[in-house]
Design a protein around this ligand. Sequence first.
Ligand SMILES: [Zn+2]
Length: 116
Amino acid sequence: MHELGIVFYIIRDVKKVAEENALKRVVSVVMDIGEVSTIVPEYLTDCWRWAADKEEILKGCQLEINTIPAVTHCDDCGKEYPTVAHGKICPHCGSTRTWLLHGREVEIREIIVPNN
Ligand SMILES: [Zn+2]
């Protein structure tokens, strides 16, 4: 269960941004999570709730997850296809000379602060 470690990285980064921008509260953090990253979103939000509430600036702060679909590129025919449905074999030409274009992201997309 490495989700807790990732939550600590997210918290560290959010606190850094908050300090640099003199933010006192953060209401929501939006994460880009790739479809084939090893993150289990439910574990991530559970860990987040537990860890974020220990931080004054992040009390009650929501973690929103934006799932990035996994896409693989084929070097032989130059086309792209959905990774989860087809794996490493290109459905267009049958080649295995393919590589993952998107889908392993674990990144902070947006930090949302109160309006006032
Ligand atoms: Zn192909």
